[in-house]
Unconditional design. Structure first.
Length: 560
């Protein structure tokens, strides 16, 4: 004890911060370890931790640093566990060649330095930092997937999809599982993903994010965590954790990164376990404004004129994920006013619209599109939105609603605008009813926009010019852009999406063709002769405006 007292006296007393009496009073409490004595001096208010560390740093020739500048920069080092870091109060900061820099709060623990050298094989360089900042840095570091997985007791998680339900509930309620799922969700929100896919395979468990319409493989947990992760998501969304044979649907409302976000959950039994998809519905980030959807000025004016009509049907067509719902919501938002009653029937309701009566379809109890529409017409609406015309009954009610003085919005899954007319006829709708009720058809797709941070100009080659049907004279002054990839766009070269549109107005000439049961190709050609721009032509316009790339337009459109 005398040896320890003399050593601490040599270190602390020259600073004038600690007197011999103070040191003796603390040492007499039976504390013999130098670090514990130092902690007692701090706890009893004789000296601050920062002052003490600066004194220790000067004595041992170790720099004192603030870890606030290193938040998020700490490292994952193989063979160094989070428990070891917490117990020894250190965190790795930097690795250069064979030298590992760590921050510590206890410079007296020589055995800890030797353990790190043996575990890693690196030489160790030391800095001093506050114990609280070290703990915060370890917590930040532990948010990596590797750190979280490391916290599991491997013997307790070797459970498959057929495992005991109570055991699955216990696993799903463990802190590491919760942190892992939260990490996956927060990363998806940060990357502006629209969907998270949890996909089970025979020997692996994959996680993929859909970002700007494209799926990207992400860091995934090992296969033996599959049951725990899926169970956690099902518990969060109030699904039946014991039911693994039938598909289930649910919703979650979470606060992520300071924003209130809705998640729509779908589970599907597959050969190697349940596949789960989480649709991210960020109502705080999305704006339903026609001016921000990427409409060319001519199409925007035509569409705004359409939605201002008192009655008739307006259709939006395109495949799943082409932005049809966003366009319809933006249209409703534009015309929503106190003197209009708007009712929607949707499956599912993705976003809540202020001042709009929204009805969720529930086929299991008989609340279908058709049955809901009949009731809606007795609610004295001015404007009706039908999520999708799926069958003849729904189409018939929609047409009769339009003919009796209602403005009806809906969607169809067709490749182009003219194809919607053929689809309605195939459903058994009379051509004279279609021509009388239909106001216009908007076909649309979404293309990724070039990242503004890493966009670089280039001169297109002859093959690209041929694809765009540009003659050589016009090509001399043509300059396009493409993204090289950067941190802002996660090295994809794209950031965000914009719409390309095919706007077909149903005028008298088009009505005559509908009445005569004309083929959709002839109707399309007639519309083009009247000034309609096709989807691909709309895409080429965006390429020339340096908004997107040739490959994007080719990806989402078909040859005319």
């Amino acid at each position: 004890m005398l040896q320890q007292e003399n050593r601490l006296a040599q270190i602390l007393m020259p600073s004038g911060k600690i007197t011999a009496e103070t040191l003796n009073s603390v040492m007499n409490e039976g504390i013999i370890q130098p670090y514990e004595t130092c902690q007692k001096l701090i706890d009893q208010g004789f000296i601050s931790e920062e002052e003490l560390l600066k004194i220790l740093g000067k004595y041992f020739n170790i720099p004192y640093i603030s870890l606030k500048k290193h938040v998020g920069k700490n490292l994952f080092i193989e063979n160094i566990s989070e428990n070891f870091m917490r117990g020894s109060k250190f965190v790795p900061l930097e690795l250069e060649e064979n030298t590992l820099t760590i921050a510590i709060s206890n410079p007296f623990d020589d055995s800890m330095f030797d353990a790190i050298k043996m575990a890693t094989g690196y030489e160790v360089n030391i800095c001093l930092a506050k114990s609280e900042e070290i703990a915060d840095a370890i917590s930040s570091d532990s948010s990596s997937m590797d750190r979280i997985i490391e916290d599991y007791d491997e013997g307790s998680i070797g459970v498959n999809e057929e495992g005991d339900v109570d055991h699955l509930k216990d696993l799903a309620s463990e802190a590491p599982v919760i942190r892992l799922v939260n990490l996956i969700i927060s990363r998806a929100v940060e990357l502006q993903a629209s969907d998270i896919h949890f996909e089970p395979f025979e020997d692996s468990f994959h996680i993929r994010y859909r970002i700007d319409g494209i799926l990207h493989d992400m860091e995934s947990p090992p296969k033996n965590l599959q049951a725990a992760v899926i169970s956690r998501i099902k518990i969060m969304s109030k699904l039946n954790i014991a039911e693994r044979r039938l598909p289930q649907d649910g919703r979650i409302k979470l606060r992520v990164q300071g924003k209130q976000i809705d998640f729509r959950i779908s589970s599907l039994p597959t050969l190697f376990g349940e596949s789960v998809v989480m649709r991210i519905l960020d109502s705080e980030s999305i704006t339903f404004d026609l001016d921000h959807l990427g409409f060319p000025q001519k199409n925007l004016k035509s569409f705004e004129n359409l939605i201002a009509r008192p009655h008739g049907i307006i259709l939006v067509t395109g495949p799943t994920g082409s932005g049809k719902t966003t366009t319809l919501y933006s249209a409703l938002n534009k015309i929503n006013a106190p003197d209009k009653k708007i009712i929607t029937v949707e499956d599912p309701i993705e976003y809540q619209l202020h001042g709009v009566n929204q009805v969720q379809v529930k086929s299991a109890i008989g609340l279908t599109f058709a049955s809901t529409l009949r009731s809606i017409l007795r609610q004295d609406p001015d404007i009706i939105m039908i999520g999708e015309i799926r069958d003849a009954e729904t189409a018939e009610i929609a047409i009769h609603a339009a003919l009796t003085g209602h403005l009806v919005f809906s969607t169809l899954h067709t490749n182009d605008a003219a194809g919607a007319i053929t689809r309605l006829m195939e459903m058994g709708m009379e051509n004279y009813l279609i021509s009388s009720s239909l106001l216009g058809i908007l076909a649309q797709r979404l293309v990724r926009t070039v990242c503004p941070k890493c966009a670089v100009p280039y001169v297109p080659d002859s093959e690209t010019l041929c694809e765009m049907e540009i003659v050589s004279e016009a090509a001399e002054s043509l300059e396009l852009v493409r993204g090289e990839g950067c941190e802002y766009c996660a090295d994809t070269g794209f950031r965000g999406r914009s719409g390309i549109y095919e706007m077909m107005m149903i005028d008298d000439e088009i009505r005559k063709l509908i009445i005569s049961n004309t083929d959709s190709k002839i109707i399309k050609n007639k519309a083009r002769s009247l000034g309609m721009q096709t989807l691909r032509e709309s895409g080429w316009s965006k390429v020339k405006d340096k908004k997107t790339t040739v490959s994007e337009v080719i990806r989402v459109t078909q040859v005319e």
